[in-house]
Ligand binder design. Structure first.
Ligand SMILES: Nc1nc2c(ncn2[C@@H]2O[C@H](COP(=O)(O)OP(=O)(O)OP(=O)(O)O)[C@@H](O)[C@H]2O)c(=O)[nH]1
Ligand SMILES: [Zn+2]
Length: 201
């Protein structure tokens, strides 16, 4: 991350990005007096700062309370099919997919939704999938005070699916296996749970 980037307020960032997007669209020959286009530079700026790149701001890191594992639950816990909406940093096109996160408690547990929130926080940046996968695991290791954390991400990159090589069906799988998840038999158990057909209706 560039030094000093956090010194600017969100409002200032939106103003500057708006100006630059105005210039980009103008250069492309778009008529920025047109009703439907004239708000676009500011809309894009707001979307970057407040939505799709909101995870660049450390003040938005999810607050995670940890609890003692009073349930004496000693097996792996998996939060699966977590939605991933991210943006590839090479082309600024969407990355859309699912993350599956697992951990084995070292006497510490966290609220389930915090896992989804951590995934979302690191997704909301210009990303590469490999880095995002590792960041999710590192953040959870820190809160849970254990190495026994794993994350698998399966996502479609629109920069691959909709332009360039234009391969609509391909997706990218990344994984990070910490501690006990380095063992093949533990990974197999994790894959079985992920592939378990969860149907509620
Ligand atoms: N490793 C990795 N590569 C990615 C990710 N997202 C996009 N890419 C790739 O980053 C590469 C950027 O390569 P360049 O050759 O600089 O870009 P380009 O000329 O537009 O490449 P093409 O996409 O092949 O047209 C492309 O191969 C993308 O598919 C990611 O999350 N991880
Ligand atoms: Zn890309």
């Amino acid at each position: 991350m560039r030094e000093g980037a956090f010194d600017l307020s969100d409002e200032k960032k939106i103003d500057l990005i708006e100006e630059n997007f105005h210039q980009i669209l103008h250069t492309l020959g778009m008529d920025l007096t047109d009703d439907s286009l004239k708000g676009t530079p500011r809309r894009v700026a707001k979307m970057y700062v407040k939505e799709i790149f909101a995870g660049l701001s450390p003040k938005r890191v999810p607050k995670v309370s940890v609890f003692e594992n009073k349930y004496n639950y000693a097996e792996m816990l998996i939060e699966k099919n977590i939605k991933v909406y991210s943006t590839c940093e090479h082309h600024l096109l969407p990355i859309v997919g699912k993350a599956h996160v697992a951990y084995v408690s070292n006497n510490t547990v966290i609220g389930l939704s915090k896992i989804n929130r951590i995934v979302d926080y690191y997704a909301k940046r210009p990303q590469v999938q490999e880095r995002m996968t590792r960041q999710i695991v590192e953040e959870l290791k820190r809160h849970l005070e254990t190495e026994d954390v794993a994350c698998i991400v399966d996502a479609k990159h629109l920069c691959v699916n909709s332009r360039g090589v234009s391969d609509i069906d391909s997706s990218t799988v990344t994984s990070d296996f910490g501690g006990v998840f380095k063992k093949k038999e533990v990974q197999r158990e994790l894959f079985d749970y992920i592939n378990f057909p969860t149907k509620f209706c």
